[in-house]
Design a protein around this ligand. Structure first.
Ligand code: COA
Length: 198
């Protein structure tokens, strides 16, 4: 598992789990979640917009072994309905200031079972994820990217208050569609606080 630079605690080491929302429970992923997530990730309608899609079960085992420590599991009534990616990264900085930009922001992602779509579960989970990032982890900024054609994903970002910062023309190579457009969304801690208070 990668080291967390500085003294910032790793999300999974915090004494806060599970996070609960009105309908959901969120907790750090474990190696044993591979089976439940495979049932979601193997579906073409989930994989079509993801940066990586398992070719088969063996490929999934390898991918999951590499990635699980950056993921949170979303459960409803004890069943896994999706996951959230939370990857803490450094902000861009000039060399002389770089030590102040270590682990100050996060890249976010999500994948939910199609059977759980259209009920606001992803919105509810990502709102809890933002609270975790800004309140518990003290991050200054979060970012998420998507193919521009993945409207459910960027509409989710807009529902939780994220701001569109970038639209890149044919910068992203999709495995079937070829070179397509991408979008970048972000949210600063102060923007999130203003929204949470307002
Ligand atoms: C991206 C993804 C999570 C969005 O799922 P979603 O079902 O659209 O999002 P939510 O769970 O927040 O549900 C929102 C929908 O439920 C409706 N809804 C019902 N009750 C709701 C509530 N209490 N709160 C919010 N929305 C609610 C909303 O109106 C919205 O419906 P609409 O799309 O018809 O406007 C899902 O499409 C997915 O997992 N895709 C595959 C993986 C993927 O693309 N990942 C992202 C890669 S960048």
């Amino acid at each position: 598992m990668p080291e967390q630079p500085q003294n910032r605690p790793r999300p999974r080491d915090l004494d806060i789990w599970p996070l609960t929302t009105e309908r959901l429970a969120i907790r750090p992923a474990e190696p044993g979640d591979a089976d439940a997530l495979w049932e979601i990730y193997r579906l073409p309608e989930v994989g079509q917009w993801l940066g990586w899609w398992p070719a088969d079960r063996a490929d999934w085992e390898g991918l999951y072994a590499e990635k699980w420590h950056d993921y949170l599991i979303v459960e409803r009534d004890g069943a896994v309905i999706g996951d959230l990616m939370l990857r803490i990264v450094d902000g861009w900085a000039q060399r002389e200031a770089a030590d102040r930009a270590v682990s100050v922001q996060a890249e976010l992602g999500w994948a939910f079972a199609p059977s759980a779509a259209g009920q606001g579960f992803a919105t509810e989970a990502v709102e809890a994820l933002l609270r975790l990032c800004f309140e518990e982890l003290g991050l200054r900024r979060v970012e998420a990217g998507a193919f521009a054609a993945n409207e459910p994903s960027w509409r989710l970002m807009e529902r939780v208050g994220m701001r569109r910062e970038g639209y890149a023309v044919r910068d992203s190579l999709h495995r079937e569609l070829g070179w397509v457009d991408g979008v970048l969304y972000a949210l600063l801690a102060e923007e999130w606080r203003e929204r949470a208070e307002g």
